[in-house]
Design a protein around this ligand. Sequence first.
Ligand code: ME8
Length: 540
Amino acid sequence: MTELQRPIYITTPLYYVNDELHIGHATTTVYADTLARFWRSCGRPVLLLTGSDEHGQKIHKAATAAGTTPRGFADRIVGKFNELWEKLDVQHDIFIRTTDPFHEAAVQKVFERLKAADLLYKSAYKALYCVECETNYTEKDLLDGACPVHKTKPQVVEEENYFFKLSAFTEKLQKHIESHPDCIVPEPRRNEILGKLREGLNDTSVTRVQFDWGVPLPWEPKHVIWVWTDALVNYISALGWPDNDHFPTDEFPGRARHQHATPPGNKPFEYWWPEAVHIVGKDILWHHSVIWWSELLGAGVQPPKQVFAHGWWQVEGDKMSKTLGNVIRPGDIADKYGRDALRYHILREGPQRGDSDWRHASFVTRYNADLANGLGNLVNRSLNMLNKYFDGEVPAECKFEHEKLEGLRQDLIGHVNDLSDRLLADVRAFDLNAALEQIWVLVRDSNAFVNEAAPFKLAKDPTRKQDLQASMHALCEVLHALAYALKPFLPDAAQRIADQLGIDLAERLPAALNWGRLLPGHKIGTPAPLFARLDEQANG
Ligand code: ME8
């Protein structure tokens, strides 16, 4: 099977329902949605999953504080998740909730398998637990006695609980990671996990008794299963594991956006799982590699193909926190500037590799430079000139008489014809910023081409008719390529360019992204500005 025929299953984390989503959550989801859209536009079978993590102490605490039940609380917040994904046009195929009964049943099955494999034992438990992370720490992990992520003092927990023999997996995981170089990307994150594995793994408590908002252990229901070993199972329970039942639409009424044809052989788990890719933030890479893969191996399931862990946003140089009042709400940004502007900033300035700083000034600068003056201006002036000089009809391709301009035209042709290969390489490497930079080199070169060829001057000179035709044909081809190239990244802008150019974006990449796709005489639609320039102060 070629790469484009192999089904790919892309997941976001299941976000906790203790609070509304912020720019960090939107970032992970936009990365995942962009990858999914890219592969879909290549005709590759894609399944995109997101959802909500609803069990555990953190949710219980938030619900109690709000004077409601965890379930009622979760329903309300899940409604808000869905509103946000709707607003940002995130095209997930499945929205799973960890309170879905089929999910709870799958978690219990995993635990039965772990028990059968002799990987669980009961022991007294004294640990330091950070409720915000829903994770145990040792004294050594803490920074000045506080959780390294949340900087809060962990709870001291003393109970008799079930332990999972995580220590049995140190070598297995080392071998797995060493023999699958791309299973954790980018490379520094993989080294981080290998480094921790060299210290050896400790067994970990995976049930709780002083607390009941969770999945009960099947053979001893006073124990509820640790929220992480519960939530992670979603990635396979959503596929109908272990029996391939309930996939996908029956159990996701109103929550499956795309009606998926049942995969060949009616085996969704076998179909989607081999190329499962988890997109997560660096804070939960440990859970998504070490904990999850051990849990899977213990239950007799192969680990997913890949985990991509991105960095974190800060805001104007500070940690983003409610206390500091600097939380960036993605819905507000989308309302004010448009969802493509939000996506663009996330994809260009976001923490795909290291950490990033959300700065309003750079948001405004990038918006004006790249979207309004760069892309918007190119599209608008090209189409207006086409209306003016060719009555809105794409002229036949011809060469420039002017040698230097013909050289520039050849450069544009080369760039357009190489673009799909370059985008594929960047998307494979999870470098969406680099992919957009490839597109923006074309935008900038094309604007420079307009300035150099100056069709508005050529139009005044009857001896330069051929050069005018060559320049306008070239610009139409560039816009055609840009609409296709931008489709996964800025879907609204791509659609608007396509509408204005009079095309429908129905063809697939990589074939659609080539020079010479427009027929002479093709009639364009009505030009309209794509992005209004922001006049606000960069710090406004
Ligand atoms: O961890 N910058 O859920 P969660 C970038 N329920 N990304 C950020 C961020 C920031 N400042 N803050 C959060 C959980 N994120 C579990 C997951 S999966 C089976 C269970 C993003 O609501 C990032 O993706 O705390 C991080 O991994 C995720 O939000 C954590 O979301």
